[in-house]
Write a protein that binds this ligand. Structure first.
Ligand SMILES: CC(C)(COP(=O)(O)OP(=O)(O)OC[C@H]1O[C@@H](n2cnc3c(N)ncnc32)[C@H](O)[C@@H]1OP(=O)(O)O)[C@@H](O)C(=O)NCCC(=O)NCCS
Length: 235
């Protein structure tokens, strides 16, 4: 699975284009105005509604006057990315605890999938999805990391959206996250929907996102992977 964001110039009106194939989710942001130099747009506007295109019509986007000011690829982590991921997670959180959590989840075999955001060959973001015990097939989304110099440009959102889309495709029923509701509500995560579940992380920052159909249960016991115990939090 890959997400590709391409910023192109020379078009009159700004808009975002998105298409999904079985193996890829691709977003192209086509912006108007003059070229502003290399680097990501100041802010990736979530208010611009993404339009879903089929795979055929998407190629028209790439035929447009794109000059690839910014290319971001959200893809599966490879074994050779691990050191970079460690650095990304440590720098995002300002310490090694969450990076150690990622290593331990992988080492314990509890990581289900791990996505990285790669910008011009550099890993700038990461998200990990790990197995957890729940009344239905569910994953824990944590941690999510974007290096400080690349935050607030939509990279975190693309990682979360990529993870949600991948989990949905794989047939998982829900994702749980511990985090700031202001941030995660935009993806559909709900504190209220998680309120009935018993977990050490239950509370005002604990959220669930049902994927597809309504949850098969609204109460029950949750258990995160063992590695979270060492961190003392679920996110
Ligand atoms: C949280 C994080 C992954 C977001 O990534 P990002 O690329 O900066 O996020 P986006 O650009 O997609 O979204 C920006 C929005 O997120 C908000 N945001 C960024 N970091 C936030 C945080 N720690 N808490 C709450 N909101 C946050 C911004 O205020 C902005 O909100 P707005 O759109 O209402 O203005 C990133 O800031 C990060 O790595 N933070 C440090 C690690 C962390 O706290 N991870 C989350 C817990 S697992």
């Amino acid at each position: 699975m890959a997400v590709l964001l391409v910023r192109c110039g020379g078009m009159q009106n700004a808009h975002n284009l998105q298409f999904e194939t079985k193996s890829a989710v691709v977003k192209s942001q086509v912006t108007g105005g003059k070229a502003s130099g290399r680097g990501p747009p100041e802010a990736y506007s979530r208010s611009d509604k993404a339009r879903r295109l089929d795979a055929e019509s998407s190629f028209a986007v790439h035929d447009a006057q794109c000059f690839n000011q910014w290319m971001l690829d959200v893809r599966d982590e490879k074994p050779e990315d691990r050191e970079s991921v460690y650095q990304v997670v440590s720098s995002a959180f300002g310490g090694a605890a969450e990076a150690a959590l990622v290593d331990q989840l992988r080492g314990d075999g509890d990581a289900v999938f791990s996505l990285v955001a790669e910008e011009d060959g550099l890993i700038v973001g990461h998200v990990l999805l790990s197995r957890m015990a729940a009344p239905f097939p569910a994953l824990a989304l944590a941690p999510v990391s974007v290096i400080p110099s690349r935050q607030r440009r939509g990279i975190g959102s693309m990682l979360v959206e990529g993870a949600v889309s991948r989990a949905r495709r794989e047939g998982w029923a829900a994702l749980f996250v511990l985090g700031d509701p202001h941030y995660y509500a935009r993806f559909g995560f709900s504190v209220e929907a998680a309120a009935g579940f018993a977990s050490p992380y239950a509370g005002q920052h604990f959220m669930v996102l049902p994927l597809g159909s309504p949850l098969a249960a609204t109460t029950g016991e949750l258990r995160h992977a063992l590695a979270f115990g060492a961190l003392g939090s679920g996110g």
